[in-house]
Each structure stands twice: as structure tokens, then as C-alpha cells.
Design a protein around this ligand. Structure first.
Ligand code: AMP
Ligand code: ZN
Length: 496
């Protein structure tokens, strides 16, 4: 039996202690974006952290069903049970259909995920696609006496729930403190208790996103969608649920209460929360005006940025810290990350070219072999220790030292032996590309390269080095490029 504490701890000692409910299958649910605006870099950090977890579990041989939702209704501007729907508000301001807003920002979100090489989830369900299921869950809670209807809205009865269960066990909050801390907001007078939260809200005049329900026209509370979609696709109890730390309360606390209240089962075995990306120590957030968009980062076009930074530089920068620590954005740290990233990528290109060679009289060195074994084991220890990418990267630099030594001839392939040589190369490539998801970014485009080559061509022609001129022509032709040697300039065209 799992102890309660372990259930609500993050996932430590992954390889040794992680117990999937139905091995080798793992169900993982991550709260996705609310699609009413562009994702900022803080959001990216959270989705990147779960991308690493997804990739590493797959690397370990688990078959992961990764569900990451799209919140397209029910997230109110106040984050409590008050205010306007974030998407509805944007639609009203821009005079668009809410689903146009949803489509626009979902597309934008997916594009950013691709730019950072964050893998697509297995299922990407949306809240508006699951209204019926949400209504069913509310009905169950009403049946179980844990919810009440008032004036066309339905609220979860936290006090009632607390008679048998423990509201606050995830976030460590105590219900009396919660009640004392609540501000008076609209709708509070409908609630029996200030800590109660909305399952269904009656649509007031002018509210755009609304559906019929047994309680009249309205819309679901924000916490409901995740309870419904996680259990629909992963079962009443599933392995991993994640999101940013700011979602621990009230969002995830409410999710637990809804699931336990409806199904009688704890929905989640392991909760994982990522810490915040900060700017000068403050959470990066749109409302604080200290956030920047990925596009601003790639162009360097923002007052906080000294220069542009590429997606993989940013990816590397984020992986240099553990997901549960805060990470402060700084230009210096990003510049250092750019160097670190390039070192690893140079290592990859060495790996692509490096061939195993050994002279006949060479015998492998046990010391060298055990050093390689140790570094490889350290890479796994680091990832197994709650996905510690920071320590993993440090170990990859140790592997890289060995690779560089072979490349420069200080260490010979024969000193490692074929098996260890292969292990070294494969482990390095696998960790950099598949587990950390770092792609090689081409620093210059094709045209810039061609331009340089055509300058060399022109120079050779001026110096009457016709052999060289012919060779460049021939070799480019073989690649489908024709040199256009015109009177006053040299250009190129695709071979027709
Ligand atoms: P939202 O679309 O605002 O609900 O956020 C999507 C995800 O990004 C949630 O899991 C948030 O917790 C997370 N998030 C928001 N701001 C930050 C930040 N500054 N650093 C890390 N994660 C964040
Ligand atoms: Zn959620």
C-alpha cells in the first residue's frame, strides 16, 4: 500500500521506485494552456518540464498515454468563481466568435511547442468537447450529497466533503484558514461556505459561452474539465498529474475533491508541480507585464533582451535547472546557455563522424572502460533522481570529454574497446537528442552558404584558376544548382 504522503509527493527515484498502476502503461495528465492569449516563456518552462518526463519514461520502456488538455471555457478572469470567461472576454473585445479565439491561440500554442521541440501529447482534449461529461460528473456529486444547486448554479460543498475526506491535503491548506482568507465576491452569497467552489455557473445576461443543463443555461467551473478529461482517458486512478505550482491550489485541490467525491477514489498517484520562471525574482506573468513571447526572444526584440536567443538555447537554459526550483531569466545565463548548447551539439556532430578504430596490438584499458560505465550510470542516476536534468547535463559534459579525447587522438578507440566505444556514442546521442530533446539548429541558411561559395568562384575566375571554377560548377550542378555566370555578376538558379 502506498502511504498518503507518497501519493502526494513528486516522483523521486524514478527508475527504482516509480510504480506504474498498469505497467508498462503510464497515464500522465498535464493541465494545458487557457487559449485566450499567446503563450509566454513561463508557460513554455512548464510544458518543457513535462516533455522531459514524457521522453524519459518512454526511454525507460513505458508506454505513456500523455493527455494535455486545452482549456477553452470556464477559466474566469478572477481565477476564483467570479469575473468574465477569459476567452469570452477576448472574443467580446475583438468582436470575434469565441471559437475563433480558441483556434487562433491553440494554433499559436502548438507552433511554439514545435519550435521548442516539445512532443505532441497522445490526446489533446478540450473542455468544450466534454460538456456532457462535465454535467454527468456534477450529477454524480449532487447524488452523493456533495454539491448543491442554487439559483441556476451548482457549488461543491467543501464542508460536507471534509466530513469524510481531507480538502487541502495536496496543498497543505487548512479549511478554516481558507474560509477566513476569502474575499467577498459576487456569487459568494449563493455559497453555503466561502470555500465552496463552482461546478456550474448560471450564465448572466451577455455571457457568450453557455450550454443548456439540468440547472438552466450556464457553463462549467474551471476545475471540472480536468477531473473529467483525466479520468475519461486515463481511468479513475492514474499515474501522474502535473502542472505549474500555481495550479496546486485551488485547481488541483478541487480536482481531487471532485474525483474523490464522485468516484470514491484518489485520482492521482503522483503529483508533479513545476516551479516558476521568474524575471528579477518575480513570476513571469502576463498580468505583471514582465513576460515575453517566444517570438520576441527569437528576434531579440524586447527591452529585457540584449540579443536574440534561439529556441534550443532557451531549451538548454531551462534544462540547466531542476523543474522544482525557480529559474530566473537573465541575459548572462542565456548567453552561457548558448555556449553550453553549442558544445553539446558540436559533440553530436563529432559522434556522427567518429569511426571506431583500433590497432592490432591494442588492448582495452579497464580504467577507461570503468570510467565510461560510471559516467553513463551517473547520467541515469541523475534522471532517476526526480528527472534532474541539471545534473544529467553535467554528466553529459563528462561523456563529451571522452568523445573529444577520441576525436583529437588523445584516447584511442582500442583503449575503450568496441562495446564501450559504441555505448559512449549511443548514450551521448540518446541523452542529448531523445531525452533532452536538443536538436541541431542550423546556424546559417543555405543561401548564405551559397553566397560565400560564389564569392570563392568569382575570385578563382578573376585569378584565372579555371580548374577550380569548373570544379565548383560541377559539384554544385551535382546538387541541382546551376551557376549563372553573367557579364557583370554571378548568380545561381535551380537546375531545370
Ligand atoms: P495558463 O495558460 O496561464 O493556465 O498556464 C499554463 C501553464 O503554465 C500552467 O501549468 C501554469 O502553471 C504554467 N505557468 C504560468 N506561468 C508560469 C511561469 N512563470 N513559470 C512556469 N510555469 C508557468
Ligand atoms: Zn487542469
Amino acid at each position: 500500500m502506498q502511504s498518503r504522503l507518497k501519493i502526494y509527493n513528486s516522483l523521486s527515484k524514478v527508475k527504482e521506485n516509480f510504480e506504474a498502476i498498469n505497467p508498462p502503461h503510464v497515464g500522465m495528465y498535464v493541465c494545458g494552456p487557457t487559449v485566450y492569449s499567446d503563450v509566454h516563456l513561463g508557460n513554455v518552462r512548464t510544458f518543457l518540464s513535462f516533455d522531459i518526463i514524457y521522453r524519459y519514461l518512454m526511454h525507460l520502456g513505458f508506454k505513456v498515454r500523455y493527455v494535455r488538455n486545452i482549456t477553452d471555457v470556464g477559466h474566469l478572469t478572477d481565477d476564483s468563481d467570479d469575473g468574465e470567461d477569459k476567452i469570452g472576454k477576448k472574443a467580446r473585445l475583438e468582436n470575434l466568435e469565441p471559437m475563433e479565439i480558441v483556434q487562433k491561440y491553440t494554433n499559436g500554442f502548438r507552433k511554439v511547442m514545435q519550435q521548442f521541440n516539445i512532443l505532441e501529447p497522445s490526446i489533446e482534449p478540450s473542455a468544450t468537447g466534454h460538456i456532457l461529461e462535465q454535467i454527468s460528473l456534477i450529477e454524480k456529486l449532487l447524488e452523493n450529497g456533495l454539491a448543491y444547486e442554487t439559483g441556476g448554479s451548482v457549488y461543491f460543498d467543501v464542508n460536507k466533503y471534509n466530513e469524510k475526506h481531507n480538502y487541502g491535503k495536496l496543498s497543505g491548506r487548512i479549511i478554516e484558514d481558507l474560509i477566513a482568507g476569502f474575499r467577498d465576491l459576487d456569487g459568494q452569497d449563493e455559497k453555503r461556505n466561502k470555500a465552496d467552489f463552482a461546478l456550474w455557473k448560471k450564465a448572466v445576461k451577455g455571457h457568450i459561452m453557455k450550454w443548456p443543463s439540468p440547472w438552466g443555461i450556464g457553463f462549467p467551473g474551471w476545475h471540472l474539465e480536468c477531473s473529467v478529461m483525466s479520468t475519461k482517458y486515463l481511468g479513475d486512478t492514474f499515474d501522474i498529474h502535473g502542472g505549474g505550482m500555481d495550479l496546486k491550489f485551488p485547481h488541483h485541490e478541487c480536482e481531487i475533491a471532485q474525483c474523490v467525491g464522485a468516484n470514491g477514489k484518489d485520482p492521482v498517484k503522483y503529483w508533479i508541480h513545476t516551479n516558476m520562471l521568474t524575471v528579477n525574482g518575480q513570476k513571469m506573468s502576463k498580468s505583471l507585464n514582465n513576460s515575453f513571447l517566444p517570438e520576441e526572444l527569437f528576434s531579440g526584440n524586447h527591452s529585457l533582451l540584449d540579443q536574440p536567443y534561439s529556441p534550443m538555447t532557451v531549451r538548454f537554459f531551462m534544462l540547466q535547472s531542476h523543474y522544482s526550483s525557480t529559474l530566473d531569466f537573465s541575459n548572462d545565463a542565456l548567453k552561457a546557455a548558448a555556449k553550453g548548447y553549442k558544445k553539446l551539439i558540436n559533440g553530436l556532430s563529432i559522434c556522427h563522424d567518429l569511426k571506431y578504430t583500433s590497432s592490432e596490438d591494442e588492448t582495452p584499458s579497464e580504467q577507461q572502460q570503468s570510467q565510461v560505465d560510471q559516467i553513463i550510470a551517473n547520467c541515469y542516476h541523475a534522471m532517476n533522481d526526480d528527472f534532474n536534468t541539471a545534473r544529467t547535463i553535467a554528466q553529459l559534459f563528462n561523456l563529451l570529454k571522452k568523445i573529444n579525447s577520441i576525436s583529437t587522438g588523445q584516447l584511442s578507440g582500442g583503449q575503450l574497446g568496441k562495446e564501450h566505444f559504441d555505448k559512449l556514442i549511443i548514450t551521448f546521442k540518446t541523452f542529448v537528442q531523445d531525452i533532452l530533446g536538443l536538436l541541431e539548429e542550423k546556424p546559417v541558411d543555405f543561401e548564405s552558404f551559397l553566397h560565400i561559395l560564389l564569392e570563392v568562384y568569382a575570385e578563382a575566375k578573376n585569378n584565372r584558376q579555371y580548374d577550380k571554377v569548373d570544379e565548383i560548377r560541377t559539384r554544385l550542378k551535382a546538387l541541382g544548382i546551376v551557376v549563372k555566370d553573367m557579364k557583370d555578376k554571378i548568380g545561381w538558379a535551380y537546375e531545370e
